[in-house]
Design a protein around this ligand. Sequence first.
Ligand code: SAH
Length: 463
Amino acid sequence: MAKVEAPVTKNEYYDVTFEDLTHDGAGVAKIDGFPIFVANGLPGEKAKIKVIKIKKGYGYGRLIELYERSPDRVDAPCPIYKQCGGCQLQHLSYEGQLKAKHKHVKEVLARIGKIENVIVHPVLGMSNPWRYRNKAQVPVGEREGGLVAGFYQQRSHQIINMDACLIQQTMNDVVVQTVKNICEKYGIQAYNEETHKGVLRHIMARYGLVTNEVMVVLITRTDDLPYKKKIISEIIENVPNVKSIIQNINPQRTNVIMGDETKVLWGAEYIHDYIGDIQFAISARSFYQVNPEQTKVLYEKALEYAELTGEETVIDAYCGIGTISLFLAKKAKKVYGVEIVPEAIEDAKRNAKLNGIDNAEFAVGEAEVVIPNWYKQGIQADCIVVDPPRKGCDEALLQTIIAMKPKRVVYVSCNPATLARDLRILEDGGYQTLEVQPVDMFPHTNHVECVAQIVLKKEAGKN
Ligand code: SAH
């Protein structure tokens, strides 16, 4: 039994020194070689902890008293940092965060992918790492007859009210507060997860950083939204620069935020934003990177790694609203984008037109189905860009890439673990990873984005 083997006892206190930081921001202390994870502990710090849970091979502890502070420790500026759980690293200086993310990427590539002879550049961070998010999705609940909009208290389903979120664009805070107040005024009931009753589930705000345009999305359980007209006109009156008011209906018992049905209540179906000099129309359900300033840094790196001369055919798998595709189209002969969400592909086509780009084609479907079909039809790519969700690329797609043999693969990844796994598959199939550039898209959280340049092995020596 684990309990017998563990050299620690539950509910006992221990003096420890933290040796490391996990990828999700917990300090790691070892007691007789047995690792204990403790939220809020930083490497080098000495502390008293209480062991609160013992599992097979590791345990969890709570920080009781800090004897020695790390020089990298800072006071988290957010007053609800500890309760919220949305950020995990606010107690670590920004420099310290960037170093920890770099170390994490290097370690994961080596451990999971056995990718060791690769340059992992220092993480590109932000000069002002606050107020960067352009999208807020805030759950709504009820307290003493009034509405609360905020976040789920950690390890519970209780919603705590939040007046400001320091990683959100200020405009998103304004939108959430205003819409909450308007809905409260008209007695709109919050959705209750337990009873599956009530109306308003989430308030979503989207903000175009360059254009200032605002989208408001009310995510409801029911099709019916009482006082709809009044609510709409008050939103128009009180939310500056609102261009689009949307209702999304999610009747399911689920923690997935959006449902399948989306209605325009007022204004446009989408708002606009720019990344560099390319304009994008973004609709409620489409994926759009949440940190537009760093997105430009990321896409420029992807473009650099693609090494386009104007003669290439490029495939952009997982293309979303065509952001990377259109960035690449200006430097390529032809770009094919593929994406699973139909609305995103409509946006991508609209975005190509909006920017006068006529060498980009888009298809709806699973990358792992569409790209093998293209390959069978004789479409041959010189470069393939992939930007999959956290679970990484489907193996069928990786095998098609290996068969198609594009000279270059550019892998944009929001999860170093699946990046490492997929790079191993590509390397075993004849590719070599040359460089990895981590980019800090999500300051103060444990997330890190990477872009990797991968080349066919016979090409590797030439670079
Ligand atoms: N490259 C885009 C989007 C990246 S996010 C950008 O930078 O904005 C990943 C995208 O992959 C999402 O838009 C998601 O809808 C899409 N997706 C998820 N699974 C997919 C699959 N199997 N095939 C194609 N697209 C998929």
